[in-house]
Write a protein that binds this ligand. Structure first.
Ligand SMILES: C[S@@+](CC[C@H](N)C(=O)[O-])C[C@H]1O[C@@H](n2cnc3c(N)ncnc32)[C@H](O)[C@@H]1O
Length: 255
């Protein structure tokens, strides 16, 4: 799947059934979040509060709270919640339908900006911009070659001392269902189209923890904390990564 395929698929899902595409609870398929938007956004507050608590617990809370980035912001579920903790929050998404929806649901005025980004990088932001970067249930849908580029970009756009938290599924289990999920996405897409009734699909691309940690360190980040998380579903071992851009990296990069 190319970046343009990714954009087309998420744009289509963002038009057809956006809240379900973001939080794919079986009972919410087919517009089932309608009338439950408050619950949808409340789930974002819970998720962000949990992550803030985890950062504090692991002594990884960002030293400044000026500016945060929500990568793969969807309808702004987490972006809006982040604005309770940071002075300014930017949300970026590859799908214009999602960005439009997020703008419609913005309750934070100028404290939040949403951007469409259809690039394989975060070139719309200069280096050393953000105190905090969050990306939850996003990278799992992005092919690994592209995921590697974005992870490297996460480190670049963080301020020295800035922190990022994001989820990446590592690998599937060995059950029959797990084995099915190891099939190529092109095969699984046939099932996905039938099961969910949408031509556009959410592909799944796990990346081994060892590889994720290796590339983060190569990009110059400290891996502060890694814990198992369960948002990718029961068939995957998935992790929440907390990384920090060391202050010393600026000096090293400048040489
Ligand atoms: C499952 S939704 C999660 C949305 C949000 N993080 C949340 O938890 O509410 C995944 C989002 O990632 C976006 N996305 C997928 N590929 C992307 C990319 N390359 N760059 C930015 N956003 C992307 C999709 O358009 C979609 O809005």
């Amino acid at each position: 799947m190319t970046l343009d395929d990714l954009r087309k698929n998420w744009d289509g899902l963002g038009r057809a059934d956006p809240f379900w595409a973001i939080l794919a609870y079986p009972n919410r398929l087919g517009g089932g979040w309608q009338g439950h938007e408050e619950d949808f956004f409340a789930s974002g507050e819970d998720a962000v509060n949990e992550i803030m608590a985890a950062l504090r617990h692991h002594s990884a809370f960002p030293s400044r709270t000026d500016r945060a980035l929500d990568f793969g912001c969807g309808a702004g579920r987490l972006t809006q919640a982040l604005a309770q903790h940071f002075d300014h929050v930017d949300g970026v998404d590859v799908a214009s339908s999602m960005v439009d929806l997020a703008r419609q649901h913005n309750r934070r005025g100028d404290n939040v900006d949403y951007h469409l980004n259809v690039a394989p990088d975060l070139g719309l932001f200069p280096a050393d911009t953000f105190d905090f970067l969050l990306s939850i249930i996003v990278l799992q849908h992005i092919p690994n070659a592209l995921k590697v580029r974005y992870l490297t970009e996460f480190v670049r756009v963080l301020r020295p001392g800035g922190v990022a938290a994001f989820t990446v599924p590592s690998h599937g289990d060995w059950s029959i269902e797990g084995a099915v999920r190891r099939l190529p996405n092109s095969w699984q897409n046939v099932y996905r189209r039938r099961r969910y009734g949408y031509e556009d699909v959410m592909e799944f691309h796990p990346l081994r923890r060892r590889k994720v940690e290796q590339l983060l360190r190569r990009a110059g980040a400290d891996v502060v904390h890694v814990e198992q998380e369960y948002m990718a579903g029961p068939r995957y071992t998935s992790y929440l990564y907390v990384i920090r851009k060391p202050a010393a990296l600026v000096a090293a990069q400048g040489q």
